[in-house]
Design a protein around this ligand. Sequence first.
Ligand SMILES: *Cc1c(COP(=O)(O)O)cnc(C)c1O
Length: 462
Amino acid sequence: MQYISTRGQVAPIGFIDAILMGLADDGGLLVPTHLPQLSQETLAAWQKLSYSELALEVFSLFIGDEIPREDLKKLVDDSYATFRDPAVTPVRKINDNLHVLELFHGPTFAFKDIALQFLGNLYSYVSGKTNSIIHILGATSGDTGASAIEGVRGKEGIRICILHPHGKVSKVQELQMTTIDDANVLNLAVEGTFDDCQRIIKELFADVEFKHHYHLRAINSINIARILAQTVYYFYAYFRLAEQGVTAKVNFSVPTGNFGDIFAGYLAQKMGLPINKLILATNENNILERFVREGIYQPGEFRGTHSPSMDIQVASNFERYLYYLCGEDASAVASIMAQFKNEGRIEIGADKLALVQADFDAYGVQNEECLDTISSYYGEYSYLLDPHTACGVAAGDRKSAEGEVTVALSTAHPAKFNEAIELRKIEQTYPEQIQALFNKQQKVTVVGGSNDDVKDELVKFF
Ligand SMILES: *Cc1c(COP(=O)(O)O)cnc(C)c1O
C-alpha cells in the first residue's frame, strides 16, 4: 500500500515512510492511495477472529509486504498483550438500544492505548531495523501523552517529549505522564491551552530543517498508523453485536475532539462495514457539530469542560475527511486549506453539506447534560460513565431512531476524570494502578508558550 498527501505534493510513499513522516511534508495529511474493499466473505471470516487476529488482518491490508507477516504478528500480539481484558475492547450491553464499547482496558485507562501501544512497538521495530534514533514530539490534552509515553518508555533507540497545557489536564492524567522517570521521557508543561501546544508542534514539524536535523517523529492522531489501529474495534464491536443476534441497524456514537476516532469509523464504513449512522458527539467546543449542521467550519471561543480531551477548536484530522468529501481531489483540499489559513473559516456549498449530513449526525453536549447523563446511567444501570463517554452516550440517546442499536465508544475509565464524577457526589474506588500514582515523584518542566521556549528545551534533551 502506498500513501499520498491530502494536498497532493508528496510522491507516493510506503507505510513505514508514512508513519515516520507524520504530517506530510507539504503540510497535508497522509492517506492511503486507495481503500481496500471488503467482500461479504471476508467480513464473515473476520467475525470469528480474536481482537489481535483481526488487527493483524486489518494492518496487513494497509501495510502490504513491507513488514513480514510474522514480524507484524509479533508487534500486534505484544501491543495487545498489555490489556487487562482478554477481549481487549469488550462490548457491554446496557439496554436493548445501547451497548458500550469499552476502549479503556490498556495501560493508561484511555482508548489511545489501542493505537499507541502498537505505534510504540512499531517505532521500536523501525529503529532496530534501520539502526537509527527516533525522537518523538507530541502535544496532548491529557490522554495521548500518557499513552504515548507508556508505549515507548525505556525502549531503546527512542526519546519522547510531550507538551501538555500546564494545569489544564486532569490530576490523574498529569500524574500518569509526570511520574514516569525513564531517562528517554521529557514532559513540558506549556503556559497555554492545548490548541497552543498543538500549534507549536505543527509549526516545529513544518520547520523542515529542524524536523530533519532531529529526526522528529509524530505520535498525535495525524499519524496514519493510529487511525488504522482504531478502525479495528469498529469491526470487532460490530461482530460482537452480530454474535448476540442483533439484527437492527447499528450506529456508532463517538466522543470527538481531533476527529481521529470517528474518522477511523468512517474508514471502516467506506471499507464495507455496514455501519448505519456515525454520530459525532462533541462537548461545548462544538466546531464539528456546527460543521455538520451548517457546513461552516470556524473555530469558536475555547471553553473548559468536564471532558478536557475533547476541548479542541481545530480538529487536526478533519482535513482527511475533507479529502474524501472533495472526491479525493487534493488540489481542491489544498485550496480550501489555504483559504482556511487566510480567512479562518471554511464554508462548503449545499451539495457538499448534503454529503456531510449523509455521512454523520452530530450533537454537542452541554456541561450539565454531560453530568446528568453520568448520574442517570449510574442510577439506572449502576454503570459509571466517564465524562467523555457520557457525551457519546448522550448524543447516541438524542440521535438514534426507534429500532436502531447504538454502540457508544467509551474512551476513558471514569477514574481518570474524578473531577467531574465527584460533582455529582458519586464516589468511586480507583483501580490500584491509578491509586499508586499518588505516591510517586513528579518530573516536569514548565515552559512559556512560544516555539523558541520549547525548542530550547528540546535541543537540551535531544
Ligand atoms: C482523545 C480523546 C477523545 C477524542 O478523540 P479524537 O480522536 O481526538 O476525536 C475522546 N475521549 C478521550 C477520553 C480522549 O482521550
